[in-house]
Design a protein around this ligand. Structure first.
Ligand code: HEM
Length: 451
């Protein structure tokens, strides 16, 4: 016999009462019934709707009122009628095809399946490192001062070359905040008349490790812990400290990271470095070893930790907004490209410094940076995905006159970028994506391929 004073019994009785169907007595107003919906569902085939006056795209202005560089067609429908991806007219994109007023939904509704399928596949994997970034188009103008040591055509006097530059943090995911303490990527794609040259550098002149076989380990140590996936975009946690204390070659890069350089004020106010030593080849075959440097015309500036913390909360997009706003306002950021040059001796050292060791700098007092050209960023991307996300840099994209050395860190980079991009961009044909296409004629022997 149930005990009516027992609180559990009372609670159970209440639940039973609540779920009991009293509909016949009409005791629960608003209870869902089987009435057909009041909205008329399109169950019969019908012709397309006439064009609506609002089917042109929005005016091609950014939220701040500046021209965005888009054509009106970019965000608009391409014609008077909505179509499937294969150009068949679609009369209605708001209701799925149903067998009756309330369903079931029909599998033969091609538009429904196409729309959902495409949505399901909108994402590509983010970069394993440098996932968070912002980019801009620009132009590079050679000074001609490097012409004695390299035959690279784009470095000749007055030659103008289109470029695309992507700045990034290393550790954070795509949606992470900009003003974190981290190394920054500074990757430049030169669309030269002799093919694409990528200078895939950082804002710190040295790297954590000498041998790329440790690259997965240093990145895993700095990335979030695998159990709870925290901390996001932060290197200051146990696994990172374990790595840099146990691999003492990391100390130099860590000192730069923990200095003001670890939190730039703006992408426009960062230096950039090719880090490795490269080999330039002149017309007559003479070779010179060089290190590449980008010097910002706006000077080098940083945020202090407290500023960065506040900015992180107030505007996590601080750096990408700053870059886009500056370019849009006509304050086109500029960098001078320079080289430190060293004789290409057999031992590849300079003043006792191992030029194949990317954890070492050569002080500028010993080898001054000599300017060889000017980079100006003058246009923002119009489509973040098609440009900033799909751009594929590769340390092995070289042009005649610029060659690599036996730096063991660089060696693995030469296959790593191509390898990772096959996963990230889905197949081996990513060089054909508009942002990656060379501006030089292509006549390769490659054929077919998935994507
Ligand atoms: C001097 C050392 C290095 C520098 C300066 C550097 C710089 C960069 C930069 C700037 C990016 C971002 C490119 C972009 O904006 O799309 C990047 C991405 C990447 N780096 Fe490095 N990196 C270095 C070492 C390495 C090493 C040693 C490896 C592996 C062996 C590596 C593997 C990668 C991978 C897999 C990506 C993602 C590329 C993509 O998905 O498109 N990096 N690196």
């Amino acid at each position: 016999m149930p005990d009516e004073n027992n609180p559990v019994t009372r609670a159970v009785d209440k639940v039973i009462e609540a779920v009991t169907d009293h509909s016949e007595k009409g005791e629960i107003p608003g209870r869902p019934g089987v009435e057909p919906p009041t909205v008329e569902e399109p169950t019969e085939p019908r012709g397309p709707l006439p064009p609506k006056p609002d089917q042109h795209g929005p005016e091609p202005f950014t939220p701040t009122g500046q021209p965005s560089g888009e054509t009106t067609g970019t965000r608009a429908q391409g014609g008077s009628f909505l179509t499937t991806a294969t150009g068949t007219r679609v009369p209605d994109t708001d209701h799925s095809l149903k067998a009756g007023p309330r369903g079931p939904v029909l599998l033969r509704d091609h538009h429904l399946r196409e729309k959902i399928t495409h949505f399901d596949h909108e994402r590509i994997p983010e970069r394993v490192v440098h996932a968070r970034g912002a980019a801009a188009h620009g132009v590079f103008r050679g000074y001609g001062t490097a012409s004695k040591i390299t035959k690279a055509a784009f470095l000749a006097k007055g030659v103008e070359t289109p470029v695309f530059v992507r700045f990034s943090t290393v550790l954070g995911s795509r949606g992470s905040a900009d003003t974190v303490r981290d190394t920054r990527g500074f990757a430049t794609k030169f669309y030269t008349s002799e093919g694409v040259f990528d200078l895939v550098g950082n804002n710190i002149p040295v790297f954590f490790i000498q041998d790329a076989i440790k690259f997965p380990d240093v990145i895993h140590a700095g990335k979030p812990h695998p159990d709870r996936e925290i901390p996001q975009a932060q290197s200051a946690h146990d696994t990172f400290w374990d790595f840099v204390s146990l691999h003492t070659e990391a100390t130099h890069h860590t000192m730069w990271n923990m200095s003001d350089r670890g939190i730039p004020r703006s992408y426009r106010m960062m230096e950039g470095f090719g880090v490795h030593t490269f080999r330039l080849v002149a017309d007559d075959g003479q070779t010179t070893l060089v290190k590449f440097h980008w010097k910002p015309k706006a000077g080098v500036h940083s945020l202090v930790w407290e500023e960065a913390q506040i900015v992180n909360g107030v505007d996590p997009d601080f750096h990408r907004r700053d870059l886009a706003d500056a370019i849009e306002a006509g304050a086109h950021p500029e960098w001078e490209l320079g080289v430190q040059t060293f004789p290409d001796t057999g031992d590849q050292t300079f003043e006792g410094i191992d030029l194949l060791d990317p954890t070492k700098i050569v002080p500028e007092e010993l080898a001054p940076v000599q300017p060889i050209g000017l980079l100006t960023l003058n246009a923002n991307p119009v489509d973040f995905f098609a440009e900033t996300e799909q751009v594929a840099f590769h340390a092995g994209h070289l042009v005649p006159g610029i060659d690599v050395t036996y730096d063991p860190l660089l060696a693995a980079r030469l296959f790593s970028y191509l390898d990772t991009q096959i996963t990230r961009l889905g197949g081996p044909n990513f060089d054909q994506l508009p942002i990656n296409r060379p501006h030089a004629p292509v006549n390769d022997m490659l054929r077919d391929g998935m994507h």
